[in-house]
Design a protein around this ligand. Structure first.
Ligand code: IMP
Ligand code: MG
Length: 176
């Protein structure tokens, strides 16, 4: 009998590592000339990606964190995005790179971008590990994208399902 595993590997740890190194090089090349990059990690999902990515960026970085979450633990976006307003992301006059785990409907990143623009950064770029363009309801594009994936729910490498599976070293789709 075939063992009933809860998820199927979609992107291996090796492919992720290679692509993250490429992204770091792309960002360093495209944003060359900037004396300092303020990297804003969107918690919680972006924590592993951000940690790996900044080690491949050759521009000196400052790392900030912003907390964004949709209400509830449902897989589908609820349409309401909560932002942690108690934390100043220190982006005023800074060259900012926003780092997200995944662009799905686009709602979360749109809210975060609105919030950051309100703090008047000098420049604002978006880097996402994963993009599900077919799930988009709010038109938004990343400047740097790791992998484009189909509209399937994924976990691992920082991404969760109801708080679980963030620690997987690869990206996997959940089995029904
Ligand atoms: P959006 O607001 O629909 O673009 O969703 C973005 C947020 O929803 C991401 O930052 C994730 O936290 C979460 N999300 C969307 N799709 C997935 C997925 O496939 N796996 C895990 N989290 C997801
Ligand atoms: Mg998230």
């Amino acid at each position: 009998m075939i063992e009933n595993v809860p998820f199927t590997e979609l992107i291996s740890a090796e492919r992720i590592a290679a692509r993250v190194a490429e992204l770091g090089a792309e960002i360093s090349r495209d944003l060359a000339g900037i004396d300092e990059l303020t990297v804003v990690c969107v918690l919680k999902g972006g924590f592993i990606f951000t940690a790996d990515l900044v080690r491949h960026i050759t521009i000196p970085c400052r790392i900030e964190f912003i907390r964004a979450s949709s209400y509830g633990t449902h897989r589908a976006s609820t349409g309401k995005v909560m932002l942690d307003h108690h934390h100043d992301p220190h982006v005023e006059g800074k060259n900012v790179l926003l780092v997200e785990d995944i662009l799905d409907t686009g709602l979360t990143i749109t809210r975060v971008l609105e919030e950051l623009r309100g703090h008047n950064p000098a420049s604002l770029h978006v880097c996402t590990l994963l993009d599900k363009p077919s799930a988009r309801t709010t038109p938004v594009k990343a400047d740097f994208t790791g992998f484009t994936i189909p509209d399937v729910y994924v976990v691992g490498y920082g991404l969760d399902a109801a708080g679980k599976h963030r620690e997987l070293p690869y990206v996997a789709s959940l089995n029904a």
